[in-house]
Design a protein around this ligand. Sequence first.
Ligand SMILES: NC(=O)c1ccc[n+]([C@@H]2O[C@H](COP(=O)([O-])OP(=O)(O)OC[C@H]3O[C@@H](n4cnc5c(N)ncnc54)[C@H](OP(=O)(O)O)[C@@H]3O)[C@@H](O)[C@H]2O)c1
Length: 332
Amino acid sequence: MELSAPIYVAGHRGLVGSALVRRLHSGGYTNLILRTHSELDLTERRAVRELLESERPEYIFLAAAKVGGILANSTHPAEFIGQNLMIQTNIIHEAHRIGVRRLLFLGSSCIYPKHAPQPMKEEHLLTGPLEFTNRPYSVAKIAGIEMCWAYNRQFGTRFLAVMPTNLFGPGDRYDLHDSHVVPALLRKMYEAKVEGAKEVIVWGSGTPRREFLYSADAADACVFLMNLPDDALDGILQDSMPPMVNVGCGKDITIRELAELIADIVGFKGRLVFDLSKPDGTPRKLLDTSRLAALGWMPQTPLRDGLMKAYRDFSENVTKSARPTVVSTELP
Ligand SMILES: NC(=O)c1ccc[n+]([C@@H]2O[C@H](COP(=O)([O-])OP(=O)(O)OC[C@H]3O[C@@H](n4cnc5c(N)ncnc54)[C@H](OP(=O)(O)O)[C@@H]3O)[C@@H](O)[C@H]2O)c1
């Protein structure tokens, strides 16, 4: 990408989108096209067409989506499939119509089968049943990958899908119903410390293993992939395989280890109590990141450093606003 190229970041106020904007600004990119949700509803095809026809982006990062935890996915399944299908279909199709050079679609590791072998490789796509709770969301994401692949085959576009692992970082959602495990634990530990509580309850046994990546690293990987030389990108965009790349750190930790690390960072000195009546979910979820590593990208932020930065963001921004009293530590 040339530094003056018009680049559209869809969903630029979200966890991933805001990290992308910071990464692009710090990389010297000067011509970002940004619209908030209230300025442009991406489920509206006509509005998407008008934006892309008038602004003519050459590159698109598709980081807008309806995103949430298990509870939100379970209670609003129609929105998770419907809105995501509309957003991504509108942008992918209109991007093709105006002839963008490249598009990067944000998928998710939840597209892989519930019982996929670990670590999960790109070729495990569509090899088994999905986890039921976020199946509508996962199916929408799989449709996005298939659309990128189909448009590449039929129209010769260069649309790539990335599958990030669990992300956390500045601008994460810390609210009652929607938070993932890292922001939920940060908030729980913080509240327990402030209130002088003796214990914090963590859902499940603490034994499931999960992988976490700092959002700035995920954004860096996206920009790296968008900037791949044509021959390297075309090596991934072959007709014979889905155009997708896993984005993770390649290491997992137990939820207990994560909770202990966050307690240490926050300064919560009480006990961690593991609530065995709550579900554990899959024992292990780890991405195989060898495809990304072979292209030459590695994460830069150790987990502890990333968590410290996320906690700083939480302390500076979220604790100044109203504090909820209950959070769940839903496992992603
Ligand atoms: N967070 C993770 O751990 C994670 C992991 C793997 C993959 N991903 C993927 O990364 C992408 C971004 O996730 P995220 O965590 O950054 O989500 P997020 O923080 O919820 O951000 C999503 C953004 O999209 C916007 N948006 C939603 N619906 C819209 C609409 N109809 N029109 C315009 N804008 C709309 C949201 O605006 P409003 O908030 O104003 O609605 C928000 O700014 C998703 O595709 C997700 O699957 C995320």
